[in-house]
Design a protein around this ligand. Structure first.
Ligand SMILES: C[S@@+](CC[C@H](N)C(=O)[O-])C[C@H]1O[C@@H](n2cnc3c(N)ncnc32)[C@H](O)[C@@H]1O
Length: 249
């Protein structure tokens, strides 16, 4: 009996798909954290963290995240990829209190900044994955997301690094799987070549479309926009923001 129990456990382990080996090229740590920031990370992150099982893959039907449980009720779920210090995500969460928003950010100092914002103005509809968005996408149910924000993604300006950009099939394919048909992906960038590559990738894709009706569509931000730290820097340095909205077909 014990043998068969062990056998079953082993079978289960073998049946699980291996976690993909992924390179992450961004920064995880910046300046040394202050004592108060370390304390916040120790105490305030866990209660709002997305519980990702290390080997769960919704694409194989295995334990996809229960979003209703995550937010304590049924509500539209949005995602912000690379929230930096979290100012845009907190703004969206406060403006749209009826939605739940998941933020992904592997940069620990950014997560600490977000937590101090939440300590000063609590927001019950934010959940965090303090890591790579690809690990989250693996675990989301199909068509789970009603909106996605990609706000000033890492630009990877060197040509040989372009394939590290988010707007490439490695990210767009799993993203398409977890976005609801008819939902929108918002991209803000100050790098013209990033916007060019994004529009090109979208034009190859059968799952997204970009249909601007006039120039303002990419020159003027969305009505509920809040400018971020990276946008401030771009404007200070004389670069022009570009705002693109892609529809999940
Ligand atoms: C240029 S910063 C912009 C931060 C913020 N959105 C803003 O506008 O101030 C890009 C952010 O994306 C995050 N990032 C990079 N790769 C990521 C990934 N695979 N998953 C989630 N976030 C990622 C980085 O850690 C970084 O904080």
């Amino acid at each position: 009996m014990r043998d068969s129990a062990i056998g079953l456990t082993r079978e289960k382990e073998i049946a699980r798909p291996p976690k993909p080996i992924r390179n992450f090229y961004g920064r995880r740590y910046g300046k040394r954290l202050r004592q108060a920031q370390r304390q916040l990370l120790d105490q305030a992150l866990d209660p709002i963290s997305v519980p990702l099982e290390p080997h769960s893959f919704s694409s194989t039907g295995q334990s996809p995240l229960d979003l209703q449980k995550l937010f304590g009720g049924k509500r539209p779920v949005w995602l912000e990829v690379g929230f930096g210090s979290g100012e845009h995500m907190v703004h969206q969460a406060q403006l749209h209190s009826d939605i739940g928003i998941i933020g992904c950010e592997p940069f620990v100092n950014g997560v600490a900044s977000l937590l101090s914002k939440l300590r000063d103005s609590p927001c019950s509809n934010i959940r965090i994955h303090a890591g790579d968005v690809r690990d989250l996408m693996d675990c989301l149910p199909r068509h789970a997301l009603s909106r996605v924000f990609l706000i000033y993604p890492d630009p990877w300006p060197k040509k040989r690094h372009h394939r590290r950009r988010f707007m490439t099939p490695e990210y767009l394919q799993p993203l398409a799987d977890v976005m609801k048909p008819g939902s929108y992906l918002r991209l803000a960038t100050d790098i013209a070549d990033y916007a060019r590559q994004a529009v090109e990738e979208i034009s190859f894709s059968t799952e997204f479309e970009w249909e601007p009706s006039r120039q303002e569509d990419w020159q003027v931000p969305w009505n509920d926009w809040l400018s971020t730290r990276y946008e401030h820097k771009a404007l200070r340095d004389g670069r022009t923001p570009i705002y693109l909205t892609f529809k999940r077909l």
